[in-house]
Design a protein around this ligand. Structure first.
Ligand code: GAL
Length: 694
């Protein structure tokens, strides 16, 4: 695999002897507690093996209690105490949540929603990313912190903002409207180009000058926003926040150039706030917040999200900035983690390349909106299963550090599932053939299909260079530009295997449909590669109407009514009563075409993961696929190989036979199953981590 590098990469030091080790800790909010709790905090941190905390994320009002006064004394004291205890600080800019005095005196910084209502202060991120007034206050805070703590040896990294876009992703204020005009002008140059890209001849939307360009405000209950404009609005919001992040980072690094900056991304398989492929190039190390999805997909969802984070980190270690020890408090029903899941989730992140495991938060709040969110020290105190679990995790991470895991790299797969933020935004658009369409959903289904087949796949941004993989899969990559279609064609011509999903390549980057039959990407190039031509979609969405395929699979959402070229192999067709009823009988569902030295597959309908796993027999060129409950990943250093094994299923045992020279480092909820060979059985939440020589 091509080794990729991030030219900015720099990993934060710990306060250990050689500055190394796997980082372990959490968000720390000492300003929400009386100072006499701090000593106890630090004593418990030491007991748990905590070696870093993210400090001051929401402390702006404590640091700058009025416009003209600064109070660093408390921050000086806690940083000194942490430093004395050997605990490094990832110091926040504290700018995610501004003080009430600022909002009161400068209400012009407050965002506006699409209905024109002001978003009031009192929660977090109640500020316009495009407000010049707000930016000046935030940058002054960054400079003040950098001046005071830039040379402090306990502060080893900077935590810029917090989850950019959590509450101000879509701002419809006057400032935003003006900035959008400028953004459009920079992007399109001429108003004709914008009219062309947005297809404004539809519904009399043509604009004569950039002054007439507006934000996609609420236009009435049943109104439908121009999807091209909507997609640009998503890009614009991403760009404004990224610009804000850069300004904060630069304000710090102009004073303190040597310490790495990060900001915590929000990647999980139901979220796509930002186009993080762009953000990854602007952070010194990639960090992510991930909150578990309870239920049978728990572990697979976690590792699928992580696969994208790992791809963004480009072969470098990355940081779990937040996850939870147990329940959150922001879902309608907040499931807790069961025995072993705290350890299992944390080590699963490590298995996908994380070298830092942090939580939200250190001590569970007594008051405020997050009082019922779990933490490392729960309301029950240190004498609790949860705190004992935290200590167990601390000691496991130390074992892995001591064994030399830090800095080892995740072994890449030879298959890349391609992810595109624009496609995820586009599938959320309201005017598609089916509102059930979701890019992330289908990425996860393919990812799980691969895991079921015992063959892990990577999840890689479409914009990256994936040309060294042997197979690329594009599940519902709705948006395909001409140039991306050409990249695919070159890849296949050179011998690559391309798998195109049922709703891939239907629109270009402007949300224009490619003509001549589906999928129209690249002016027909994608159709050429596949040797298929679709005329209509058959949209269902109801389990009861599922359409069967000749290979035993079934489709419930979307089937393409296609014809195929003579030289194309038809691997399965639609069949049965429902197919008859919808006039799809014998229409090809899976096809394979030679293209140059490679192969182009078309999967003409949605499939569940079991059908995908079966289908992989063909793709992976094995007779049949034996499904497995075992997740296996590998991290490699110069002279060692670390194998990570996890039980994926809730009930069935997962079995693994270890190589003879494997030394067991961590074993949990697993036992040796045979005295004669080196095989182990993993139970629910089972973990086995081993080390062997290279
Ligand atoms: C994140 C946030 C944290 C905390 C956490 C709760 O979105 O960054 O501050 O609110 O969620 O799950």
């Amino acid at each position: 695999m091509k080794s990729l590098t991030n030219s900015r990469f720099s990993w934060p030091a710990l306060l250990t002897e050689n500055a190394a080790g796997i980082a372990f800790g959490g968000d720390y909010n000492p300003d929400q507690w009386p100072e006499d709790v701090w000593a106890q905090d630090i004593e418990l941190m030491k007991r748990a093996g905590v070696n870093v905390v993210a400090l001051g994320i929401f402390s702006w009002d404590r640091i700058q209690p009025t416009e003209d006064t600064w109070n660093f004394a408390w921050l000086d004291r806690i940083i000194a105490q942490l430093g004395d205890a050997g605990i490094a600080v990832d110091l926040a800019t504290s700018t995610a949540s501004a003080p009430m005095w600022l909002y009161k005196k400068y209400p012009q910084v407050l965002p506006v929603d699409k209905y024109g209502h002001t978003v009031h202060a009192g929660s977090r991120q109640s500020w316009r990313p495009t407000s010049k007034v707000f930016r000046e206050f935030a940058l002054e805070m960054c400079r003040q912190l950098a001046l005071r703590y830039g040379n402090n040896p306990t502060v080893t990294s900077w935590h810029v903002g917090n989850e950019y876009g959590w509450n101000n992703r879509h701002d419809y204020s006057e400032d935003a409207a003006q900035a959008f005009t400028t953004w459009c002008e920079n992007k399109y140059g001429t108003i004709d180009a914008l009219n062309e890209a947005w297809g404004t001849s539809f519904w009399s939307q043509e604009v004569r000058s950039f002054d007439e360009v507006q934000l996609p405000y609420h236009m009435g209950a049943d109104s439908m926003v121009n999807p091209s404009q909507q997609l640009d609005f998503e890009r614009f919001g991403n760009d404004m926040l990224l610009d804000f992040y850069r300004a904060e980072r630069d304000a710090i690094q102009s004073i303190c150039p040597d310490k790495p900056c990060t900001t915590n991304f929000m990647i999980s398989t139901d979220q796509c706030s930002m186009d993080y492929q762009q953000w990854a190039a602007e952070v010194d190390f990639v960090s992510n917040d991930h909150y578990f999805h309870e239920g049978e997909s728990h572990l697979d969802e976690l590792t699928c999200s992580d696969a994208l984070v790992a791809a963004l980190a480009q072969g470098k270690p990355w940081y779990v900035m937040e996850h939870s020890t147990s329940a959150v408090q922001w879902k309608p029903l907040n499931a807790r983690k069961r025995n072993g899941e705290l350890l299992r989730d944390s080590l699963a992140h490590v298995a996908i390349g994380a070298d830092a495991i942090n939580f939200f938060q250190w001590r569970q709040s007594r008051f405020g909106a997050e009082a019922f969110h779990s933490a490392m020290v729960p309301h029950a105190g240190e004498d609790s299963k949860l705190f004992r679990g935290v200590c167990e995790l601390g000691s496991s991470l130390k074992t892995l550090s001591d064994a030399g895991l830090q800095g080892s790299t995740l072994k890449p797969s030879d298959t890349a599932i391609l992810f595109s933020a624009a496609s995820e935004w586009a599938t959320r658009c309201e005017t598609l053939p089916s509102k059930k369409l979701s890019h992330w959903h289908d990425v996860l289904a393919w990812y799980r299909g691969f895991e079921d087949a015992g063959a892990r796949a990577d999840v890689v941004p479409l914009a990256n260079d994936w040309s060294d993989y042997s197979t690329v899969i594009l599940p519902t990559v709705l948006v395909l530009s001409d140039s991306d279609t050409e990249r695919l064609a070159t890849f296949a011509k050179n011998g690559g295997r391309v798998i195109i999903g049922y709703a891939t390549g239907l629109i270009d980057e402007n949300f224009h449909i490619g003509l001549g039959g589906y999928p129209g990407a690249g002016n027909g190039l994608l159709r050429d590669m596949l040797g298929v031509r679709g005329e209509e979609f058959n949209i269902l969405g109801d389990e009861d109407q599922a359409i069967k395929l000749s290979n035993g699979a079934q489709s419930v959402l979307w089937q393409n009514d296609i014809s195929v070229r003579d030289d194309v192999d038809v691997l399965a067709t639609y069949t049965g009563e429902a197919a008859d009823d919808w006039e799809l009988n014998n229409i090809p569902a899976f096809t394979r075409a030679r293209y140059g030295k490679g192969t182009a597959y078309f999967v003409g309908c949605d499939l569940d993961r079991a059908a995908i796993a079966n289908y992989l027999g063909e793709v992976l060129q094995t007779e049949s696929v034996t499904t497995t409950n075992l997740l296996h990943t590998v991290r490699e250093s110069e002279n060692a190989v670390f194998d990570f094994y996890f039980a994926r299923a809730e009930t069935d045992l997962a079995l693994v036979c270890l190589p003879q020279d494997a030394q067991v480092l961590i074993i949990s909820s697993a036992q040796k199953s045979s005295d004669t060979d080196n095989s182990y059985a993993l139970n629910r939440n089972g973990i086995l981590i081993t080390k062997r020589g290279r």
